[in-house]
Design a protein around this ligand. Structure first.
Ligand code: AMP
Length: 184
C-alpha cells in the first residue's frame, strides 16, 4: 500500500498516519517530523527549514523533494507520506519518482476539517503535544497556506482517480474507521 495523507493542520494527519502504519506494516514518512528532527540536531537542512516553519510557511519544494526521494529509497513494502506533497510541483515530483521506480500510489487520502475547528484543536494542544508553530497567528498562516497551495492537490489526485475524502470532525477512532473504509 502506498498512500499520501493530506489535510489541513489540526486534522490529525500524524495520529492517523501512525495508525495506518501499524495496521498495514508501512513506512511512515512525515516531512514535518523529519524537519523538526533536523532542527533539533542542528543540521544545515534544519537551519533552512526552521526559518520557514517558524513563520508557518512552506519549506521550498526542492529541499523537501530531495529529502522525500531519499526516504522513499528504503521503502520497499509500502509507505504513508504524511504532510507531503503539499504543492502541485511536489505532487508531480513524487509522481515521476514513483513512476520511475514502478510503484504507483494506491490512494490519496484527504482529511477534511473546518478552519474554526482546526484553530481550536491546535491552539488547545496540551503542553506535551504543543509545537512552536501552534501559536494562533502562525496557525492562521498555516491554514492560509493550506488553502492556497495544498487543497488544490485534491483536484490533482481526483483527476487521477486516487482521491478519497474523509471527514475528520470525529473521534480519532471514528476517523481511523472512515479511512479504513475508504481504503477497502
Ligand atoms: P507538519 O508537521 O506536517 O505540520 O509540518 C510542519 C511544517 O514543516 C510546515 O508548516 C512546513 O513549514 C514544513 N513542511 C512539512 N512538510 C512540508 C512539505 N511537504 N512542503 C513544505 N514544507 C513542509
Amino acid at each position: 500500500m502506498r498512500i499520501v495523507l493530506i489535510g489541513p493542520p489540526g486534522a490529525g494527519k500524524g495520529t492517523q498516519a501512525a495508525r495506518l502504519v501499524e495496521r498495514h506494516g508501512l513506512l511512515h514518512i512525515a516531512t514535518g517530523d523529519l524537519f523538526r528532527a533536523n532542527v533539533r540536531e542542528g543540521t544545515e537542512l534544519g537551519r533552512v527549514a526552521k526559518a520557514h516553519m517558524d513563520r508557518g510557511d512552506l519549506v521550498p519544494d526542492g529541499v523537501v523533494v530531495g529529502m522525500v526521494v531519499q526516504a522513499l529509497r528504503v521503502a520497499n513494502d509500502g509507505f504513508v507520506l504524511d504532510g507531503f506533497p503539499r504543492t502541485v510541483p511536489q505532487a508531480e515530483a513524487l509522481e515521476s519518482e514513483l513512476l520511475a521506480t514502478g510503484r504507483p500510489l494506491t490512494a490519496a487520502l484527504a482529511l477534511d476539517l473546518d478552519d474554526g475547528i482546526a484553530v481550536k484543536r491546535l491552539t488547545g494542544r496540551r503542553a506535551l503535544e504543543r509545537r512552536q508553530d501552534d501559536d494562533e497567528m502562525i496557525v492562521r498562516r498555516r491554514l492560509e497556506v493550506y488553502h492556497e497551495t495544498t487543497r488544490p492537490l485534491r483536484e490533482f489526485y481526483a483527476g487521477r482517480g486516487l482521491l478519497r475524502v474523509v471527514d475528520a470532525d470525529a473521534s480519532e477512532d471514528e476517523v481511523t474507521a472512515r479511512l479504513e473504509a475508504a481504503l477497502a
